[in-house]
Design a protein around this ligand. Structure first.
Ligand SMILES: *Cc1c(COP(=O)(O)O)cnc(C)c1O
Length: 481
């Protein structure tokens, strides 16, 4: 299996080649040269598999340059009940992503797929834990080292740190906006004492952190000398690791071949729902892929009107589902590539328009007419919708859900089809977003065991000005390069 850039001007690469990188050199995103098809017979043969072995069956179709025995060992090391130990009481934790039936609505069953039982209580762990083990495996082979530089507003940074802590040959330098994360998120990251983890609290906002990462990455000499890599949302291995739980959700919700299900996906950068699109292209019987956004509704606008209009940073709202506060959807180009029959010239042109004119439109075009054939529908959820949905699920089903998942449930309910099970992806546990849960329910959400008093643990971090040169100096002093 070779990987191509959505913009067509990069040499084909192997899975391992693109593992540590981000964008292709031509500015595009990597995708496999074809989507492997999973037949109905093969899918049925996977019913009894443990999550780790299901992950192996799917990943081996994409990571063809990793020896199969190694890949199986990697998935078995990653997807264990010890790592994904934060399932709710009554859920089958051994499923890794347990399916919890809520109830009958609109002539069908609505369920939650629990993706947030890993160490940082958000779905980012599903891919990041695999990435940590893949990185370590690759570096051990080459004897090389890797310094991960990232920016986070909360969930990505902690998932990366918990995946890379204690790993040989890897350091993590994570920039976060000083005093802007929730107390829980801050405690989760800053309480890590591992010597290979460096938390840098930048005096500025998230955009300043991201600008510093860009500035450092654009200094190619520095980047090469310091062996800098990234783990942002466009990383292909992250996307492909997320494909696995769509298969798992389907297997848990169905009893026989060909049965259709729909998924509702709380969306920001389009990484999670892009994995659903890939699962559907592989032949998984998915009826609808429901793209649920918050007030930052770039994607909802596209799927309703055909207009893709990115927002400016200043227009990006701070909401109570903060992990979906985006101004452009960085993985969206992968879907656009498929929408335009994998024509890289068209894609390059459209994203030139995004740079130059702030967007493009497929309204009233042949491509626009084909969007629905990929199963996508969408909707938008506001702070008031979030509160109402959290209250409704607590009253009706005696379950507390987080704010992002609430957006997913709210929009899912607008797209129910009788007889087609609706699976809402649970992207975080409510303990992470306590403030809004208190606003909705008047009480703090339950915390999984082991997280009590996390805010009182000693914290290890450095406060630094929003200055790329100072960050470079800090990094070089720690790597000795
Ligand atoms: C990252 C994140 C999202 C958005 O996922 P995308 O892949 O960016 O669309 C939704 N919910 C939570 C809790 C997240 O951390």
């Amino acid at each position: 299996m070779k990987y191509l850039s959505t913009r067509g001007h990069a040499a084909p690469q192997t899975f391992s080649d693109i593992l540590l990188g981000g964008l292709a050199p031509d500015g595009g995103l990597y995708l496999p040269d074809h989507y492997p098809r999973v037949s109905s017979e093969e899918l049925e043969s996977w019913r009894g598999l443990a999550y780790a072995d299901l992950a192996y069956e799917i990943l081996r179709k994409f990571a063809t340059d990793i020896p199969e025995a190694d890949l199986r060992a990697l998935t078995r090391k990653t997807y264990t009940a010890e790592v994904y130990c934060n399932a709710r009481d009554g859920d089958n934790a051994a499923d890794i992503t347990p399916l919890r039936r809520l109830g009958e609505e609109g002539g069908t069953t609505v369920s939650l797929l629990g993706l947030s039982n890993g160490p940082t209580l958000a779905f980012k762990d599903m891919a990041m834990q695999l990435l940590g083990n893949l990185f370590e495996y690759t570096l051990l082979k080459t004897g090389d080292e890797l310094n991960i530089l990232g920016a986070t507003s909360g969930d990505t940074g902690s998932a990366a740190e918990y995946a890379m802590r204690g790993k040989r040959g890897i350091r993590v330098f994570m920039l976060s906006p000083h005093k802007k994360m929730s107390a829980f998120q801050t405690a989760q990251m800053f309480s890590l004492q591992d010597p290979n983890i460096f938390n840098i609290a930048v005096e500025g906002v998230f955009d300043d952190c991201q600008d510093i990462v860009k500035a450092v990455s654009n200094d190619l000499e520095f980047k090469a000398r310091q062996k800098i890599g990234t783990v942002n949302s466009i990383n292909w291995a992250r996307v492909v690791a997320q494909v696995v739980y769509y298969f798992k959700g389907w297997l848990l919700a169905t009893t026989g071949p060909g049965q259709k299900v729909s998924f509702s996906v709380p969306s920001g950068n389009f990484g999670n729902v892009c994995a659903g699109h890939i699962a559907r292209m592989m032949g998984l019987p998915i009826d609808k892929l429901v793209v649920a956004t918050n007030e930052n509704d770039v994607l909802d606008e596209f799927f309703r009107t055909g207009n893709y209009r990115v927002r400016k940073s200043a227009e990006t709202l701070h909401t109570s589902s903060p992990s979906m506060d985006i101004s452009k959807a960085s993985n969206f180009e992968r879907f656009v590539f498929d929408l335009f029959d994998r024509n890289p010239e068209r894609v390059a042109g459209l994203f030139r328009d995004v740079e130059e004119k702030g967007g493009f439109s497929v309204a009233d075009t042949a491509a626009g007419a084909r969007v629905a054939s990929f199963g996508f529908v969408s909707g938008r959820s506001s702070h008031q919708d979030r509160l109402a949905t959290i209250r409704d699920l607590a009253a009706r089903y005696d379950i507390v859900i987080d704010t992002h998942t609430a957006d997913g449930v709210k929009v899912a309910r607008e797209h129910l089809t009788p007889g087609v099970p609706m699976i809402v992806l649970e992207t975080a546990l409510p303990a992470k977003f306590s403030e809004t849960i208190v606003e909705a329910l008047g009480k703090v959400p339950p915390r999984p065991a082991g997280f009590d008093g996390i805010e009182d643990l000693p914290q290890r971090f450095d406060v630094m000005p929003a200055d790329a040169a100072a960050i470079k100096q800090f990094l070089a002093a720690r790597t000795g390069r």
